[in-house]
Design a protein around this ligand. Structure first.
Ligand SMILES: C[S@@+](CC[C@H](N)C(=O)[O-])C[C@H]1O[C@@H](n2cnc3c(N)ncnc32)[C@H](O)[C@@H]1O
Length: 355
């Protein structure tokens, strides 16, 4: 039995040396990873990808996005710049608002969006608020220092480490962190193909749409008592569409920087090049680029056995075509306020509202 006295006192916790703290974090993360792999063994689609960004994965992701082979960030930022006027016009109509970044990442896109939003700002109106949510605390730190470096000023900024695919985290995110928003208008933002990495993107969007509808319904009720309580919610999604050149895209995902990034959780489990390798493929059936770790010898992970040739799903990125994306949005009850498409039709940016 664990007795209360056996728990470390606050002073002891404060004095915990960083290396012990790191060990502690690694142990917990390792447990999460084993739990996820156990789900895979049961046939559940549970990739490791979201855990890649934690710890040193944050620096690796930062390096990866600055590599020439990683085209997503540049093509997305290119679209933002090309369509600056239309984006600014949309922001002008919503302003003042709180930018709510789901999967904030390194913050580069947020910097661009915040600059555009602030340029539209009437000096008499209070400026932009920010709420950043990410599963990786380290990613949020990267984003925060970028905001400082670029002198991005928010009227209020808050950061939360949540897994938005986890129901209880989503609950906290939707009902509590949003209460911290300084403005009654919110622009949720999900960029960098993050939506395409979520196994059940449909359920995720549905949850968000339900939340938006629920909030609107609640606020109607609240409105009689509290005019200010009525929120107005918008949703910006930015995604890579279709596959113009399959070989090229596979090559992109198989760059040494990408493989190093994807190896982050595997290293923690002791799965290295001695006992397997990461393979990048495109699944025609599932319409997604996949990264799998192929075991090249028998491996024992806790009490899970992996035999030669067995795979662990590291991650994937769905490549929706335009019609599929529209169908998903229709089925999840969103309507499109603004649609921007890159010239090569590779990238789409949508600003949505619940129907
Ligand atoms: C592909 S990156 C995109 C980052 C950024 N939005 C961009 O456009 O560059 C995905 C980001 O979402 C975060 N993320 C992925 N899955 C998540 C989840 N389930 N809950 C919270 N954050 C998540 C990752 O840690 C990472 O920072």
């Amino acid at each position: 039995m664990i007795r209360a006295q056996s728990l470390p006192r606050m002073e002891e916790q404060k004095g915990t040396p960083p290396s012990r703290m790191q060990e502690h974090k690694d142990t917990l993360l390792r447990e999460l990873l084993i739990e996820t792999i156990r789900k895979q063994k049961q046939g559940i689609v549970a990739p490791l990808l979201k855990y890649c960004y934690i710890g040193k994965g944050a620096d690796r992701f930062f390096e990866l996005t600055r590599n020439d082979s990683y085209t997503t960030t540049e093509s997305e930022l290119g679209l933002f710049i090309k369509e600056q006027r239309r984006l600014m016009y949309t922001f002008e109509n919503i302003f003042p608002f709180t930018l709510f970044a789901l999967g904030t990442g390194d913050g580069r896109k947020i910097v661009k969006l915040a600059e555009m939003a602030s340029q539209t700002a009437n000096p008499n109106r209070s400026s932009l608020g920010f709420i950043g949510v990410d599963i990786s605390a380290e990613m949020l730190l990267v984003a925060r220092s970028l905001f400082q470096e670029k002198r991005i000023k928010f009227s209020d900024e808050r950061y939360y480490v949540y897994d938005f695919e986890n129901k209880s985290d989503f609950f906290n995110l939707a009902y509590f962190s949003l209460a911290d928003a300084v403005h009654r208008k919110i622009l949720f933002v999900i960029t960098g193909n993050t939506l395409a990495n979520i196994p059940d993107h449909f359920a995720f969007l549905r949850q968000l749409a339900d939340y938006i509808t629920m909030n609107a319904a609640l606020s109607k009720h609240e409105k009689d008592r509290h005019e200010r309580a009525k929120p107005e919610l918008h949703f910006l999604v930015s995604l890579e569409l279709g596959i113009p050149d399959r070989e090229k895209i596979i090559q992109e995902y198989a760059s040494p920087e990408d493989i190093t990034f994807l190896s982050t959780p595997l290293e923690l489990l002791g799965l290295n090049a001695d006992n397997g390798r990461i393979e990048i493929t495109f699944s025609e059936e599932k319409k997604r680029i996949e990264a799998n770790y192929i075991c090249e010898r028998t491996i024992l992970l806790d009490n899970l056995i992996f035999r030669h040739g067995e795979t662990i799903l590291v991650g994937f990125s769905y490549k929706f075509d335009y019609n599929e994306l529209n169908q998903i949005l229709k089925d999840t009850r969103f309507s499109v306020e603004l649609e921007l498409m890159s010239e090569d039709k590779k990238h789409v940016l949508l600003v949505l509202k619940d129907k």
